[in-house]
Design a protein around this ligand. Structure first.
Ligand code: FAD
Ligand code: SIN
Length: 531
């Protein structure tokens, strides 16, 4: 038997996975799995910061209200309150773990956290480490993870599927099949609990701010295991990514607009006031749609972000990495507006979970971007993602510690069976299909949708899924094939979710249904075998 046993297998080493692992590892034997290097997820790239109720003038009510306003009628108020209430404790936890945030000198002369502002927030509420908040958190947590004696790290290990007693009532997750990419061998990881912390699925779109691994593996694995998924039609497009062929949609943080930068055309004319009275600081769905519209009606490749009035001091101290990156591509933020376009950024929907991060399958948790907790509704408020990762990592950790005594490792698990498959002879099928899914999702399921475009996407994704499925069952699995199979499944779920929403709300905008339902509901899909 080719298996490894742990109390808890954590799939994913972003902010969600690492903070959960650290909170349970003094008591339990934990595996942390990453399909690439440990720091490969989106978390490392987080710029703006973490939304938290810290300022004395701020309140939980105000954070909840801003979250609900951004969520366009679909944020769950009890969840928004749960997150806002726990936000300052999570910041305290990070500080206790030695994370260094940006500070400023208060009037009394003491140092306090510097809070920045972003779109949709009525207060300065964003805790940050200059413009590289994710890196500050991930590098510090990683240094602690690698030293912990109860944590075993598996880099370059990609989870293929969860192991469960699918089809029986009372479905239970017993571990995962995981491909060791370097040894090219599939191992069985058996555990009492599995935590999916696999991040989002923005790589389903051609242009994205996300790193390559954001292929929705967790959502796809959970679906195949019998979990419900929700609100997948709400994929967030960040309004401002650097427009440059080599920049790979590098993000220009919303905090740059929060500190005063304006969106303009090449002639310097602003346009956001034509769309929303909050102008550049309207929620992201509104700003991204406005930019998309300006580009379409004027036949433009990009618009511009003018930060020249922020001054040298603010730009160099608050945005040193963004400044340097722009310089690298030939733009000087101090002196000229920089070209920007929207790109896919964040998956608001995901695997349905409760306040403890539990999915509908026993023993299986989902936390971070992979999860649908109800917080974001139809559009996520800026910097609420890292906070959601932290709050649910903490509640899931407590739940696991309380309940793990009731579970045991399942001995009756078969090895991965490769007896009927051969090595792939046509790798080109995989790379071609990757490109095709991402392109039609961008063209047909992007910022503005129509019934016709969604129908086209549906036809293509069904065809591709059949081809990929055949390939999957006949050839040995490879990391690219695993991701392609997942991305095609998630594309299918996104299209189905978008087709079922007959209104325009938040990030889902349809030219065929421009009105809004009076009693909007989340879109929940459940696999047939689990109904
Ligand atoms: P990730 O950090 O994405 O980690 C996912 C992990 O899962 C990775 O380790 C990956 O290797 C692993 N994984 C995935 N699939 C598999 C598999 N099959 N097998 C094994 N391992 C797997 N949010 C904010 O709140 N504030 C910000 O300022 C902010 N800025 C952002 C800037 C950028 C450029 C981006 C891309 C996102 C930003 N976000 C921000 C969003 C936020 O960073 C993410 O939502 C959050 O970091 C997700 O964390 P996570 O732990 O859920 O997943
Ligand atoms: C940003 O810095 O603009 C990203 C913030 C976020 O995604 O919440």
């Amino acid at each position: 038997m080719n298996s490894l046993d742990f109390d808890v297998v954590v799939i994913g080493s972003g902010v969600a996975g690492l903070s959960l692992a650290l909170q349970i590892a003094d008591n339990l034997k934990v595996a942390v799995i990453s399909k690439g290097k440990l720091c490969d997820g989106s978390s490392l790239y987080a710029q703006g910061g973490i939304a938290a109720v810290i300022d004395e003038a701020d309140s939980i009510d105000s954070h909840v209200q801003d979250t609900k306003d951004a969520g366009a009628g679909l944020s769950d108020e009890t969840v928004a309150r749960f997150v806002a209430k726990n936000s300052s404790n999570c910041i305290d936890w990070l500080i206790s773990r030695d994370i260094k945030f940006s500070t400023r000198k208060s009037k009394s002369g003491k140092f306090e956290l510097h809070l920045t502002k972003e779109g949709g927030h009525s207060m300065r509420r964003i805790v940050h480490a200059a413009d590289a908040t994710g890196k500050a958190i991930i590098m510090e947590l990683l240094s602690q993870i690698v030293q912990h004696e109860n944590i075993t790290i598996f880099e370059d290990h990609i989870a293929i599927d969860l192991i469960n007693n699918k089809g029986r009532s009372n479905s239970y997750c017993h571990g995962a099949y995981i491909l060791d990419k370097l040894a090219n061998k599939v191992r069985v990881f058996r555990s009492k609990n599995v935590v999916l912390a696999t991040g989002g699925t923005s790589k389903v779109y051609l242009y994205t701010s996300n790193p390559d691994g954001a292929s929705g593996d967790g959502i796809a694995m959970a679906w195949r295991c019998g979990c419900s998924v929700a609100n997948l039609e709400f994929n967030q497009f960040h309004p401002t990514c650097l427009f440059h062929p080599q920049a790979k949609s590098f993000l220009i943080s919303e905090a740059v607009r929060g500190e005063g930068a304006k969106l303009v055309h090449a002639d310097g004319k602003r346009f956001m006031r034509n769309y929303d009275e909050r102008a550049e600081l309207a929620p992201r769905d509104i700003v991204a749609r406005a930019i998309d519209n300006e580009m379409k009606i004027n036949g433009l490749d990009c618009v511009y972000l003018d930060a020249t009035k922020l001054g040298e001091n603010k730009i160099l101290n608050h945005f040193p990495n963004i400044y340097e990156k722009c310089r690298k591509y030939g733009f000087d933020m101090l002196k000229e507006p920089i070209p920007v376009v929207p790109a896919a950024h964040y998956t608001c929907g995901g695997v349905v979970t409760d306040k403890n991060g539990m999915t509908g399958v026993h023993g299986l948790y989902a936390i971070g971007e992979v999860a649908y907790t109800g917080l974001h509704g139809a559009n996520r408020l800026a910097s609420n993602s890292l906070m959601e990762c932290l709050v649910f990592a903490s509640s899931a950790a407590k739940h696991i510690l309380r309940n793990i005594g009731d579970t045991c490792i399942c001995e009756d698990i078969s090895d991965w069976d490769e007896s009927n498959v051969i090595d792939s002879d046509e790798q080109v099928v995989v790379s071609h299909n990757w490109e095709e899914v991402r392109r039609f999702m961008w063209d047909y399921v992007g910022i503005v949708r129509t019934d016709k475009r969604l129908e086209r996407a549906k036809n293509r994704v069904e065809l591709l899924q059949r081809e990929i499925d055949e390939y999957y069952w006949n050839f040995k699995v490879s990391p690219d094939l695993i991701e392609l199979r997942n991305i095609a499944l998630v594309a299918d779920l996104i299209v189905k979710s978008a087709q079922s929403r007959k209104e325009s709300r938040g990030l889902h905008y349809s030219l065929d249904y421009t009105g809004q339902d009076k009693t909007p509901q989340p879109t929940i899909l459940t696999p047939d075998f689990a109904k």
